[in-house]
Design a protein around this ligand. Structure first.
Ligand SMILES: Cc1cc2nc3c(=O)[nH]c(=O)nc-3n(C[C@H](O)[C@H](O)[C@H](O)COP(=O)(O)O)c2cc1C
Length: 222
């Protein structure tokens, strides 16, 4: 199923999800679960799909990455509102700061969107700390799960991309989109330390990414 589809994200171009082979519906409808409601009754016994969880994990010092993560999570939540119907999987969207997250969050996630600043040519220390605390709890237990990455950078971003991708490769997570690198044009100390305001087109790209991941989860594409 999973190799039938892939998502490609080109910078400044609309998202394209390309169908490579036929029939997305089959797996999305597989293995329905019966849900018992809180009152102990299950009035319809209607089969509904088990929930998938999208974890948006971010850290931010001057607000840029946070705005991108929020844009992605709001769009993912909007997309997930339509889930749970007509054989689609329900999607739960969880937005969490890396400092508050641990390996349990990673294990519970069906897909992860990491969002980090680039600081000193690296991912943010807080995000690295998250991986340090979670890596061995997650190793061999999250292989194949989809992930995507947003990096908010002053002028570059590639160092953070390389680092996160290397760790994700170690965990054998599956990259489902090109990393989204948002450059805020901050190179001098004053600009770097100032609160950030992310441009609408960059927020739109983050939203597109969040929506695409949530939609893919709901369809059972990944
Ligand atoms: C200590 C420090 C080091 C930084 N190093 C880099 C860097 O190596 N490359 C880069 O592109 N931006 C660098 N920046 C700029 C940040 O990536 C930029 O300010 C970004 O907006 C940070 O994300 P945030 O607003 O979510 O904190 C650095 C910022 C700080 C505070």
């Amino acid at each position: 199923m999973n190799d039938h589809w892939f998502a490609a994200f080109e910078p400044r171009q609309p998202l394209t999800i390309i169908e490579r082979k036929a029939d997305v519906g089959t797996d999305a409808r597989a293995a329905p679960a019966t849900v018992t409601f809180d009152d102990g009754m299950n009035p319809t016994d209607a089969p509904i799909e088990p929930a998938a969880r999208l974890l948006l994990l971010y850290s931010s010092m001057t607000g840029g990455t946070r705005q991108l993560a929020l844009a992605a999570s709001e769009a993912a939540r909007r997309a997930s509102c339509a889930s749970g119907n007509e054989g689609l999987r329900r999607v739960e969207v969880v937005l969490r700061e890396a400092r508050e997250a641990d390996g349990g969050d990673l294990l519970a996630a069906s897909a992860v969107l990491f969002a980090t600043p680039e600081n000193l040519g690296s991912m943010a220390g807080v995000m690295k700390d998250f991986f340090d605390r979670s890596y061995y709890a997650a190793l061999d237990r999250v292989a194949g799960r989809p992930y995507a990455l947003i990096v908010c950078a002053g002028s570059d971003g590639q160092g953070a991309v390389r680092q996160v991708e290397r760790i994700a490769t170690g965990l054998r997570l599956r990259r489902i989109a090109e990393p989204l690198v948002v450059n805020v044009g901050a190179q001098r100390a004053r600009e770097i330390l100032a609160p950030k305001r992310i441009a609408p087109d960059a927020l739109a790209r983050a939203a597109e990414l969040g929506e695409a991941i949530a939609t893919g989860l709901s369809l059972g594409l990944w």
